[in-house]
Structures are given as structure tokens and as C-alpha cells.
Write a protein of this length. Structure first.
Length: 292
């Protein structure tokens, strides 16, 4: 089965599809000795070169489907590079050979929590599509305590600048003083949607953490800046949510112990604030991990 050249090159880790389309337009790629043109398709038997270097590639259904769950801390951007030099979510991810990590959606600079990365662009695009209707759950801390009328409006729907938005669920998380916690659930991922919904009711969000995506929650043992690789069962669940076919070369290929970077963090000196983080996590646990 043939595939578009830019799609194959992106899967091989050379860049994004948009970047690679420009490369093809600039004549940097060849197929079987001929300069490639945008729209060209290739098969497994074709020889592909980019900037004179032969590219090794595999068909989409033969490529391994890997997914990792990353606990994004506040203060990281969801781009591969940042002109302001800020840290990115890709800085802490495991290195790949011949593949690239694709983010499933994004979280804004001041939001932390669960973020998926996968080597399979098909499942990433399907999960991000509005038609997937995958639940996202957030723990949100607001300044002040909204009344029942405010919560009712947020459930019924509020007109924002890009259309009507609403929460499917709002669960009281308790709080002290001027800060109050809620768990909110919605089935889309518009830019800053949770924050904008609360702001529409004149409530400022002071903390926002994504704690669940679909049926997969943020693991208790994971700390901010750490990742964990999902096993085949969890990845197949995501594939079912996304409406894409399951694949045999998926995840850990039956290995019992999931790979993670907890050992890496415990052995490195870079995580100098781990003691403070542990204390803060213990303080926040009641708000972040609501009882189901």
C-alpha cells in the first residue's frame, strides 16, 4: 500500500509533515533517483534519499506503535523548540531512532498534568479530532467559591469567542480559605477552554492539572517531569477510543515491567527540588486524586 512521501518521512523522524512538504517543494528529496514532487506516493520497495542520504523506512502497519504518558510540569511549552529558550515537553522524553514522538494535543504553559506522546500519527490525529469525544478530566483550583447558579451555567453552556462550551461534569473537590478545588470533565480540547469557561463567570483559575484522558489517569507514583510507557492493553484502549485498528507491534510487546524514567530522576542531580515536590504532592493529593 502506497503512502504520501511527507507522511513516511515524518514517521521516520525527519520533521513535521508541514516542514517536510517544504523540503519536497525545495527539491531536497528523491524517489528512485528522480526528484520528488509534492503529492508523490511511495511503497516499501522504493529508494528514498533526502539531501543525498538514504532514508530507511517501514510501512505504517509494520511500524511499532508506542505511547508514553508524560506528567507535564508548569513552565514547559508543547513545541519542539521555543524562540524564547523556554524548556519544552520534548526535552525529557526518551530518544528514538528512526521514529519521532507526536504529542496528542497540548497543555498551555501554566497547566500541568497528563500528556500523551506516540510514534503513531494516525492514532494521535484521531484522538485529537473533535469527533472522538474522549473525556478529559481536570483538577482546577479557582479563587473564591462559585454558587450553584454559576455551576449550572457552566454545565448548560457558555458562549465563548469560538462558540458554545460547557462542562459535562463538575465535582466538588473541597478547599480552604479563598481557594476552592473542582474536578471538571469535558470532551473537547479547545485552546485554554477550561480557563476561559471559568473566566466567563469572573472566576480566576489559580491551578490547573489534567488528571485523566479517556480511561487512563495520571499515575499516583509519577512526579512532574517524568514519563511512563504504556503497555499494549492501555494502548489498545486508546486505539478503540480513537476508532483505529489495533496493531500487533504495540507498546512493550508483552514485557511485564513498563519502562519509565523514575530511576533516571532518582539517580540524577538535576531534580534538586524533589523533596519539596514530594511535600507539595502530599498536600495536594486530596484535591488531585478524587475518589471514584
Amino acid at each position: 500500500m502506497s503512502e504520501k512521501l511527507q507522511k513516511v518521512l515524518a514517521r521516520a523522524g525527519l520533521g513535521s509533515r508541514r516542514e517536510l512538504e517544504e523540503w519536497i517543494k525545495d527539491g531536497r528529496a528523491t524517489i528512485n533517483g528522480k526528484v520528488a514532487r509534492l503529492g508523490d506516493r511511495i511503497e516499501g520497495s522504493d529508494e528514498v534519499y533526502v539531501d543525498g542520504k538514504k532514508i530507511k523506512f517501514v510501512a505504517e502497519n509494520e511500524a511499532p506503535r508506542r505511547v508514553i504518558l508524560y506528567y507535564k510540569p508548569e513552565g514547559e511549552v508543547c513545541t519542539r523548540s521555543d524562540p524564547e529558550g523556554r524548556p519544552t515537553v520534548f526535552d525529557n522524553l526518551p530518544k528514538l531512532s528512526g521514529l519521532r514522538w507526536v504529542a496528542v494535543g497540548r497543555l498551555d504553559f501554566n497547566t500541568s498534568g497528563l500528556l500523551f506522546f506516540t510514534t503513531d500519527g494516525t492514532i494521535a490525529n484521531a484522538l485529537m479530532h473533535p469527533s472522538s469525544q474522549v473525556e478529559r478530566e481536570y483538577a482546577v483550583r479557582v479563587r473564591g467559591r462559585p454558587g450553584d447558579d454559576v455551576l449550572q451555567r457552566l454545565m448548560e453552556g457558555v458562549l465563548l469567542e469560538d462558540g458554545v462550551a460547557r462542562f459535562d461534569q463538575i465535582i466538588d473537590g473541597g478547599g480552604e480559605g479563598s481557594n476552592y478545588w473542582y474536578h471538571v470533565v469535558l470532551k473537547e480540547g479547545r485552546n485554554r477552554e477550561v480557563r476561559r469557561l471559568w473566566e466567563s463567570q469572573n472566576f480566576q483559575v489559580s491551578r490547573l492539572i489534567r488528571v485523566r484522558f479517556g480511561s487512563i489517569g495520571l499515575p499516583r507514583e509519577l512526579k512532574a517531569g517524568q514519563w511512563k510507557e504504556l503497555n499494549k492493553s492501555d494502548i489498545d484502549q486508546l486505539a478503540s477510543f480513537a476508532g483505529v485498528a489495533r496493531r500487533s507491534r504495540t507498546g512493550l510487546y508483552g514485557r511485564e515491567r513498563p519502562r519509565d524514567n523514575k530511576q533516571q530522576h532518582s539517580n540524577s542531580g538535576s531534580n534538586s527540588n524533589s523533596t519539596d515536590d514530594d511535600k507539595n504532592n502530599r498536600k495536594r493529593r486530596g484535591y488531585l486524586r478524587r475518589r471514584r
